[in-house]
Ligand binder design. Structure first.
Ligand code: C5P
Length: 219
């Protein structure tokens, strides 16, 4: 299939790793599976895909160009360097919201006291892409535990996205580690489409269908 031929799409995937000292870090349980599946499907449909990936155990999907990063700051830079020349981005990464305010250059020693680590906010990559968006397609993800659709729609508006894909933690089989996902796609017009529980590859196909239709509608 070559329906996305001539399109350059950035996909972010996986967790970020925020260093505390040379041997310790803060991170999350993202495996990158959903983002890698999307990258693979978009490439199979003819797009040039730049996969900006946090640390994962996954193989690069066929035809995909992968850029490895660790921290939220590195992911921000890798995406922003490539965003202007792209036709859009799918922000699937689980980016840390906070990172240690200071990184110790040496391994921190323990003491008998408790330890407080001050965290500072990271940059929101999707929101910055939203500000620079122009005619580009922008898709984000939301993992919500309550008021799911309302929160997801709020994120779509705040980050200036064309689509937000909602993963509900309430749905069994959806979310981080598994091979299945149950997604709901909300578009800019506020239209909500719920999909059944299915494999992450099948969900990636649904997502790619929506992206393809978005570009087709713009000629
Ligand atoms: O605000 P929240 O983190 O729930 O938004 C999730 C969406 O924003 C996802 O698409 C995620 O990849 C993106 N995001 C980002 N940079 C951040 C935080 C979230 O790109 N620092």
């Amino acid at each position: 299939m070559t329906s996305l031929k001539d399109k350059t799409l950035i996909v972010t995937a996986g967790p970020t790793i925020e260093p505390i000292d040379p041997v310790r870090f803060l991170s999350n349980h993202s495996t990158g599976k959903m983002g890698y599946a999307i990258a693979g499907v978009l490439a199979a449909r003819g797009a040039r895909v730049l996969l900006v990936s946090g640390r994962t155990a996954l193989e690069t999907p066929q035809g995909v160009e992968r850029v490895d990063v660790l921290s939220a700051e590195e992911m921000y830079r890798a995406v922003m360097e490539r965003f202007e020349a792209s036709d859009g981005a799918v922000m699937c990464a689980a980016v840390a919201d906070y990172t240690p305010a200071e990184v110790s250059p040496v391994k921190m020693k323990k003491s008998d006291d408790d330890l407080v680590i001050r965290l500072k906010r990271t940059k929101d990559i999707a929101a910055e892409a939203g500000r620079r968006k122009g005619e580009r397609m922008l898709m984000g993800f939301a993992l919500e535990t309550d008021h799911e659709q309302e929160n997801a729609l709020g994120k779509l508006r705040r980050k200036n996205l064309d689509f937000i894909v909602l993963n509900s933690l309430r749905d069994r089989g959806a979310g981080f580690a598994g091979d299945t996902n149950k997604i709901t796609i909300i578009d800019r017009a506020g239209e909500i489409t719920e999909y059944p529980l299915e494999s992450k590859t099948a969900a990636a196909d649904r997502i790619a269908d929506r992206i393809e239709a978005w570009f087709a509608a713009r000629g």
